[in-house]
Design a protein. Structure first.
Length: 211
């Protein structure tokens, strides 16, 4: 057990048999009253954020998370399969409700331009409980409004749909089929990795080599 004064950002604690990450703490010393620590916590199983106050007699259990570098393999129905990086024998399965929509929409399989999505899988007592996505990832643009002549030179943005269904605000020059890099935490556009023309040239080159 740890004291309420030991609470700090980044600690993982057990509350009501659920793992929580400490996001914020604020030590309050009120007149004529005992000191209190106000905290903001994130449930690592469902991503919900709560606020909780702690006192001198609070019983706080710190727990340790183990992490493992892994890759996303595929999904079937509501099951999402991962494996330890460089160890195909060690596989893990998460159900759709365990991952949540905000994570699922950024998972994608391997293709000609990008390897499998690398993630960190977190464990408590050898049980996988959550995954963490890379901060920056590449996605193909599935739907993009046509660019109006003159807009690309003037700047500005438009909304596109990337694989997985997420909607992202991008510069006007982005087209359907382009591959772009986005920040998965802010869901903001970072840069274009490859245009549709570049992708088409590579695919044609691969076809010629196979023939």
């Amino acid at each position: 057990m740890i004291s309420y004064t030991d609470l700090k950002k980044g600690l993982i604690i057990l509350l009501d048999n659920q793992p929580y990450e400490v996001l914020e703490t604020d030590f309050l010393r009120m007149q004529q009253r005992k000191a209190v620590v106000q905290s903001k916590l994130k449930n690592l199983l469902n991503e919900k954020i709560i606020e909780k106050s702690w006192h001198a007699n609070s019983q706080i259990e710190e727990i340790e998370l183990k992490e493992l570098k892994s890759v996303f393999l595929y999904f079937h129905k509501d099951q999402f399969w991962f494996q330890e990086k460089n160890n195909p024998q060690n596989r893990f399965c998460f159900l759709k409700e365990q991952l949540g929509e905000n994570t699922i929409k950024f998972l994608r399989p391997k293709d000609d331009f990008r390897p499998n999505t690398e993630v960190l899988i977190y464990f408590i007592e050898n049980k996988p409980i959550k995954i963490s996505l890379p901060i920056k990832m590449e996605f193909k643009v599935e739907e993009a409004p046509p660019s109006i002549r003159g807009n690309t030179s003037q700047g500005g943005t438009k909304t596109v749909v990337i694989e997985g269904g997420a909607k992202i605000s991008v510069p006007f020059f982005i087209e359907t089929g382009d591959i772009i890099r986005i920040n998965t935490q802010t869901e903001k556009y970072v840069e274009r990795i490859a245009s549709l023309r570049e992708i088409s040239r590579k695919e044609k080159k691969n076809e010629n080599h196979s023939n």
